[in-house]
Design a protein around this ligand. Sequence first.
Ligand code: ZN
Length: 253
Amino acid sequence: MRTAIISDIHGNLEALSVVLEHMTSQNVDRVICLGDILGYGPNPVECVDLVIEKCHFALMGNHDFGALYEPTNFNAVAEQAAYWTRAQFEAEGDPDKAARRWEFLGSLRVRIAYGDFICVHGTPRRPINEYLFPEDAINSPVKMQQVFDRVEKYCLVGHTHVPGVFTDEPDFYPPDDLNGSYQLNDDEKAIINPGSVGQPRDLDPRASYAILDEDKKGVEFFRLPYDIDAVFDKIQAVPELSDWLGERLKEGR
Ligand code: ZN
């Protein structure tokens, strides 16, 4: 089975569309989403509809939680975006469509396990809000230990918007250091982050996602250019979405 792993779409329809189109040529059996469909971007409703249509399952991210329930620990820009996002769903005139979206968002789970894999948005110990940063592999040995203690073999996470593989050494490998692919093995545990579809933060502005081949135990990372200017313009046109949210897309941070 080949599973496309997407995460952190953040209402970026242009990026999501390019990623979904790309995976049609990659012999993918299913798509899973590690959370943060919403927040920051100008097309949250369209992105939710696509995830409902295309994804085998999706997880609850902190921005999905923020828009649906309440934004916790958000800065002013993120909080304002969360309220604007919620208003877009409330503005739906068709009650059936509105109900379907609320029901989907309300049913998002924080943790899903299958086979050798645990899937969360943040980390296995704090599935919605905790970040596992690349520098944690160097600076935070206790945190790494505690996180890996909760991983039996392999884990899929999002949230940092930085793609790569953590091993329980602990080490972190960005996709460039792996020539774009990683072979899972029985000798080490691994935590895989596919990066962000809609708001990459590793200084590469291209949309990021990964494909996991569960049978061959291989992970491939992909980067795809998309029409950032179109998203930038949409963000500029919405007063509640800070201009910075468009600028950061161009910088990949
Ligand atoms: Zn996110």
